[in-house]
Design a protein around this ligand. Structure first.
Ligand code: ACM
Ligand code: ZN
Length: 763
């Protein structure tokens, strides 16, 4: 009975597949469905030029994958009339391109290169049922012509903060390959563990790969190791294992770019060889995020460090044949260099004016070495500081600014801005989600990413090689969680990088994604079913406030309340923008099939006041990274929360000057500007806020200047700067907030801080 039920089910699934469009991700450039099927059965063979090694490898890969789905083992033949044919053909012009033809008489995949052939096979595999059939498979007829938009389609993995063994790495590579990602950026070393065997320096793995196990504590709360404790957490890859993984990745057209961090994030290396730091004091590998009294930089004034790193890179280059080698370069706290005799002597000797130039000097030396060995160097965007090395490529992570700057200088760039490319950030919730480092990069946010910034013209844009999803693992300690953070966001990124932007559509992607979800379930892979939080989007204009609600979930409905009560599936159903006419709390939930799916309702407070819906004119614009709800954010009635990406206009390192026109003179007795302080993010309350009024928009008179009453070292606080005065007729209001400097003891001490403002409340 069981067998018959399974058989019927498989017939049904192939039938359904044939009825609908296929669900290939990333979406091919061109896909024409045709009538009919090709049936893969025990008689089907795969025809190749049997003497060609690449074709043999590709055919074996295809045959193994088909066997997994159907149980049918297809034979490889050199027969031109075989039903499934893999051929190299110069008629395919694009290097990574392929053509896939599925006809009732057979299947043919044509490509110019092995890469293209592999991609054609991956697309074919995505036309097969996700449920194992143990029977012949009907594949719907179609014609696909396809090639990628970008050539760097990257995924990164940090194996220092948590170690993942070779089998997990291969699974990661398999997942990448299934979605046509082609660069695996392997973050092999960092403060909390050195993970690559270096024959000349065995202590790097004997000592540097092992730390005292504090996995049961949250990253930032882990105490440092004490000398009498035994390090038990860790691991590393032998060179033989690495070579095997490189070859495995190559067979799936994935290039591995290894990262050897320098001159910072080197605490594990320094634990192994303390003479490499400025202080030369012994230390232990870090257990987590506690850096107190630890050296995490190499001494940049010590020539022995350069030869040590060159020795390491020599071994690394012998393992990884990739064109690129990543040298890190991020987050170097240069305080140790300022008080190191060797570093200061080196600066004097080389005529370097500050520690940024010392870092640049160091990186340039390394680049020269790599170039002499026919490698290209890539580093995080901090390598721009103090002067970019002549041929360096830049990985832009602190937003896109570094990438833009480098592309304008005609240097190659890989875009991986924290928002939305950091897949260690939350993708849903955060309530109900596994603890993450912070942030909020939903599937839709990733899907909507455009790797070419508007600031670049077409010649400059050509320097953007592509983009990459980064997976830092401070908060990811299991394979289950690793899968969960990658799936399905990597699929969204793969479509960003492969498919022309005018061919993308989130709803269509979301529809195709359902097929892949079934596949993840079948394979036991953990994935995030989606962000069930309702997005609340105020639309403020012409003196009116309307609110639109949206959910990223396919076929979801939204129910809401505006009296502060918890919504249920019986609450009003959202269908068109909701008019808000008095102060209110709106709450909303996503429902699917009449079930509330949100772990918590989305909430938003609205305050009604006299400036609602008025246009805001800024003297200098707000940061493009903090647009909140658009240009009228200060007058939309929406108060901010501690989530900085929402509801706040951010002003980087400058004064905020905003003017509004109430349309006609109105009796006003208080004006307030809501501001945020978030110490960790360099956001500080303004030093003071000055309020002025006018009846003609030209001549302003002072109302008052309100000084900041809050402690500059307060970690996070929201504060409204308020002017209270005798009722006055006012039409125009000008508000000037003067930014603070980051206080002493802060990483940005003495540098101008950000201002964040949410609302200009006029009553
Ligand atoms: C980074 O996230 N520190 C590159
Ligand atoms: Zn030094």
């Amino acid at each position: 009975m069981k067998f018959i039920a399974g058989f019927l089910f498989s017939v049904l699934t192939s039938y359904c597949l044939a009825q609908s469009n296929v669900s290939i991700i990333p979406k091919p450039l061109s896909l024409q469905m045709e009538t009919g099927f090709y049936v893969i059965n025990a008689k089907s063979t795969i025809g190749i030029d049997i003497n060609n090694k690449a074709l043999q490898q590709a055919a074996k890969f295809l045959s193994a994958a088909i066997q997994q789905v159907s149980g049918i083992g297809l034979k490889l033949t050199s027969n031109n009339s075989s039903a499934i044919q893999l051929v190299f053909s110069n008629t395919v012009k694009e290097v990574e391109g392929y053509e896939l033809g599925i006809h009732s008489t057979g299947i043919i995949i044509k490509a110019k290169t092995k890469a293209g052939l592999i991609y054609g096979i991956q697309s074919l595999l995505q036309t097969l049922p996700q449920i194992r059939t143990n029977a012949s498979i009907q594949v719907p007829c179609m014609q696909v012509i396809d090639y990628p938009r970008f050539k760097w389609r990257g995924m990164h993995l940090d194996v220092s903060r948590h170690f993942f063994g070779p089998e997990v790495i291969k699974e990661y590579i398999n997942l990448m390959a299934a979605y046509k990602m082609n660069v695996f950026h392997w973050h092999l070393v960092d403060d909390q563990g050195w993970r690559i065997e270096i024959k000349k320096y065995p202590a790097l793995t004997n000592i540097g790969a092992w730390r005292v196990d504090q996995t049961n504590k949250v990253w930032g709360d882990r105490p440092q190791a004490k000398p009498n404790e035994t390090p038990t957490y860790g691991g590393f890859y032998t060179q033989a294992q690495l070579k095997e993984i490189v070859a495995y990745a190559q067979s799936l057209n994935i290039t591995i770019v290894p990262e050897i961090e320098m001159p910072g994030h080197a605490a594990a290396a320094i634990a192994s060889y303390p003479e490499l730091s400025c202080t030369q004091k012994p230390q232990l590998p870090l257990t987590g995020g506690n850096y107190t009294n630890v050296s995490s930089n190499y001494c940049a004034g010590n020539d022995q460090v350069i030869s040590f790193l060159q020795d390491i890179l020599t071994e690394v280059m012998a393992i990884f044949p990739a064109e690129y080698l990543h040298i890190g370069g991020d987050e170097v706290d240069k305080a140790a260099w300022k008080i190191c005799a060797k570093c200061q002597a080196k600066m004097k000797q080389e005529g370097l004016k500050d520690e940024n130039e010392l870092q640049s000097y160091f990186i340039k030396k390394i680049e020269k070495f790599l170039v002499a060995h026919h490698k290209k160097m890539i580093g995080w965007d901090e390598i721009l500081e103090g002067g970019l090395a002549p041929e360096a490529s830049v990985m832009s992570w602190r937003g896109e600014a570094g990438g833009i700057e480098a592309a304008k200088m005609k240097h190659s760039v890989v875009m991986t801005p924290g928002s939305p490319c950091y897949f260690d950030n939350y993708q849903a919730g955060p309530e109900g989600e596994p603890l993450a480092i912070g942030g909020f990069n939903t599937l839709k946010k990733v899907y909507d990413y455009e790797p070419i910034p508007k600031e670049l013209n077409s010649q400059e844009a050509a320097f953007v090689l592509g983009a990459q999803g980064n997976l830092w693992t401070e908060f990811i300690s299991t394979t289950e969680q690793l899968e969960y953070m990658v799936l399905p966001r990597m699929l969204a990124l793969s479509e960003v990088l492969w498919t022309p932007s005018n061919n993308k559509n989130f709803t269509d992607f979301n529809n195709r994604l359902q097929y892949h979800f079934r596949g993840f379930e079948q394979k036991g892979l953990h994935y995030c079913a989606g962000n069930f939080s309702v997005a609340i989007n105020p639309i403020s204009s012409n003196g009116k406030l309307n609110v639109s609600l949206s959910s990223e979930i396919l076929n979801a409905q939204i129910h809401y309340t505006i009296d502060g009560s918890e919504p249920t599936n019986q609450s009003p159903l959202f269908s068109q923008p909701i008019a808000i006419s008095s102060s209110a709390q709106l709450r909303a939930v996503t429902t699917l099939n009449n079930q509330v799916m949100s772990k918590q309702s989305a909430k938003q407070d609205f305050v009604m006041h006299q400036a609602i819906g008025t246009a805001v004119n800024y003297t200098t614009p707000y940061s493009k990274y903090y647009p909140a709800d658009g240009s009228n954010t200060l007058t939309d009635g929406v108060r901010g929360t501690f989530t900085i990406g929402k509801n706040w206009h951010g002003f980087s390192e400058k004064i905020l000057i905003a003017t509004i026109d109430l349309g006609s003179a109105k009796l006003v007795k208080t004006i307030a500007l809501g501001c945020l302080q978030k110490y960790r993010d360099w956001i500080f309350l303004p030093q003071s806020v000055n309020f002025e009024a006018s009846t003609d928009g030209l001549n302003f008179t002072a109302i008052s200047t309100v000084k900041n009453p809050i402690d500059i070292n307060a970690k996070e606080i929201m504060h409204a700067f308020e002017a209270v005065f005798a009722p006055t007729n006012i039409r125009f209001i000008r508000v000037t907030a003067t930014n603070n400097l980051c206080p002493s003891g802060h990483p940005g001490a003495g540098k101008p801080a950000w201002i964040f403002a949410d609302e200009l409340i006029v009553k």
